[in-house]
Design a protein around this ligand. Structure first.
Ligand code: 5GP
Length: 184
């Protein structure tokens, strides 16, 4: 199946049934690894909202949940010119077992920033659970990535929380961009 979003056409890549099955397995893994613990799951908005909701239904250990947003704005005091900050961290993480829930890890730069900030809160442990990982795009190894739904090629994807120009987050399945012959 294909969908058109604004100027781009996308083709179906991962169906919701596959996502659900994989999410169930991730839940089983988390239930084993966090047995007798009370982890804090932190969803990174906006993209993770559907994955977080489905994943949490598969997690049966007692757990706290929260969402944060990583905001970027242009500044003049960093080499890249982009300054990031975290909005919405409302749980004391000191001594806690933290699981960051991401929709997708691409270059890993956002996650690297997030980990640096979270470590300052002195959690007992930090693990990352991401639905999608683009191994070929990763710019540095992140050993905290312990739970991965699907490793995918270095292609742009939308749906199931992920957007293109703000649209497509409410698609049930995940779609990948089909470049026009002139764009390849
Ligand atoms: P990173 O810092 O790992 O390069 O990028 C992380 C963010 O970039 C993700 O949280 C997501 O918002 C966005 N991103 C990276 N790859 C994709 C993609 O294929 N599709 C969409 N919709 N967003 C992406």
């Amino acid at each position: 199946m294909k969908v058109q979003i604004e100027d781009k056409e996308f083709t179906c890549f991962l169906e919701y049934e596959q996502i659900k099955k994989r999410t169930r397995l991730l839940g089983i893994q988390l239930n084993v690894d966090y047995e007798n613990k009370v982890p804090v799951f932190i969803g990174v908005l906006t993209g993770s909202f559907l994955f977080m909701a489905d994943l949490m239904k598969e997690v049966h250990v007692p757990a706290e949940m929260s969402f944060i947003k990583v905001s970027s704005y242009m500044g003049q005091d960093t080499s890249s010119g982009v300054v990031k900050s975290i909005i919405g961290l409302d749980i004391d993480l000191k001594g806690r077992d933290v699981v960051i829930v991401e929709d997708i890890v691409d270059t890993g730069l956002t996650l690297g920033f997030l980990l640096d900030v979270l470590r300052k809160h002195e959690p007992a442990s930090v693990a990352i659970c991401t639905l999608l990982l683009k191994p070929l795009a990763l710019q540095r190894e992140i050993e905290e990535i312990s739970y991965v739904g699907f490793e995918i090629p270095n292609e742009f994807v939308v749906g199931y929380g992920l957007d293109y120009k703000g649209l497509g987050r409410n698609l049930r399945d995940i779609y990948r961009f089909i470049p026009a012959p002139s764009e390849t």
